[in-house]
Design a protein around this ligand. Structure first.
Ligand SMILES: Cc1ncc(COP(=O)(O)O)c(C=O)c1O
Length: 369
């Protein structure tokens, strides 16, 4: 049997989604152009962004779209504030360095949600800041940042907001009618449960239209990609045809299952089953429940000398489940994803597999205290 991916993308997809990739599409063909248009229309509708926004799909993993959004929407003399509480925030800071754009980092602890009051103070103190780049769910730990509060402050101060919603889009509510942003970025292989290979940026149309000359890269210029698509209905360069076909099917299932509310409900059940099962084994979560998004959970590694992650990982994989290493430097952790075409029963089976593996490894001390 194929292993279950308890990783936040690539993740476990449904058989229908995988089957949708058994067709070859011509990239110039009208049928493929219609597929692109229908997917983009639905990606806008999922966040109620039909009126003032445009959806620009882009080849590549999620980071390509994050970099393209920053490089296209932030002017060359712009300055970006990055509230930093984890590894994907730090990746934005690195991207800004490559783009040669000015950046101000607002350091936070990894167990501390981005603080709207500190963001407001930073914007008040520095009128040169043009944009805030905010990660919604920081997948490095699983923490959920208070996006609506932050968006309100950024809007009040008349700055642009660029949101990395990679691991939240489609599951955590985001409403473009009430939340103002210049760009909202996500990808095919996350909470929509498609396969990896394309990202997309929901851009505020006025911001996109005003971004001419910002991008230092042809391939990553979202304005050029969008204008070409508007004119021709086609992607500028070779599109990820099979990925798009799989995403179309994945969105059909998303809608049939009840959309964002249903997805959030299933992921919340998955997360609850995982956390309660792991706590019963003695595991401790890195985050308190109040800060935990139901997307990915970071657990402290057992302190028992018989434990090491690579052996643990291999043994759990042999029982059919793929775990994820931790991303923290200061504490030893590992992560388990709650997203993908799986339900709480699967998470319960994963916990049973983990319990068996701990027994096989002779790990007795699981809790740190
Ligand atoms: C918050 C966040 N940002 C960006 C990314 C993009 O990563 P990648 O380029 O590996 O798809 C991810 C992937 O998991 C993510 O969780």
């Amino acid at each position: 049997m194929d292993p279950i991916l308890l990783t936040p993308g690539p993740l476990t997809t449904s058989a229908d989604t995988r089957s949708a990739m058994l067709v070859d599409w011509g990239s110039w063909d009208g049928a493929f152009n219609a597929l692109t248009a229908s997917v983009c229309g639905d990606l806008l509708a999922i966040v109620n962004a039909q009126r003032d926004h445009a959806c620009v799909p882009l080849q590549g993993s999620g980071t390509f779209s994050v970099e393209a959004a920053l490089g296209t929407l932030v002017p060359r003399n712009g300055k970006v504030l990055v509230p930093d509480n984890g590894s994907y925030c730090k990746r934005i800071v690195r991207i800004m360095g490559y783009l040669g754009r000015e950046v101000v980092v607002l350091p936070h602890g990894e167990q501390e949600p981005a603080d709207p009051a500190r963001i407001e103070a930073a914007l008040t103190a520095d009128a040169a800041i043009t944009h805030v780049a905010q990660v919604h769910c920081e997948t490095g730990t699983g923490i959920l940042n208070p996006l609506p509060e932050i968006a309100a402050i950024v809007e009040k101060h008349g700055r642009g907001l660029i949101i990395d919603a990679m691991s939240s889009y489609g599951a955590i509510p985001i409403d473009a009618r009430t939340l103002r942003f210049d760009a909202l970025i996500a990808a095919s292989g996350k909470c929509l449960e498609g396969v990896p290979g394309m990202g997309f940026v929901i851009a505020r149309r006025a911001a996109l239209e005003g971004s001419g000359g910002n991008s230092c890269s042809l391939a990553m210029d979202l304005l050029d990609q969008w204008q070409y698509m508007q004119k021709t209905g086609q992607w500028r360069f070779t599109p990820p045809t099979h990925v798009l076909a799989a995403l179309r099917t994945a969105i059909d299932q998303y809608q049939a299952q009840g959309g964002q509310a249903a997805r959030l409900a299933r992921y919340s059940e998955n997360c609850a089953a995982l956390v309660s099962g792991m706590r019963a084994l003695g595991f401790e979560t890195f985050l308190p429940d109040a800060l935990q998004a139901p997307i990915i959970v970071t657990f402290h590694s057992p302190p028992d000398p018989a434990y090491n992650f690579s052996d643990f990982y291999r043994r759990v994989r042999d029982r059919g489940f793929i775990l994820y290493p931790g991303k923290l430097t200061a504490v030893d952790t590992f992560r388990v994803g709650c997203i993908g075409a799986i339900g709480p029963d699967t998470l319960k089976k994963a916990v049973t597999a983990i319990a068996d593996v701990l027994g096989d490894m002779g790990v007795r001390r699981v809790a740190r205290g």
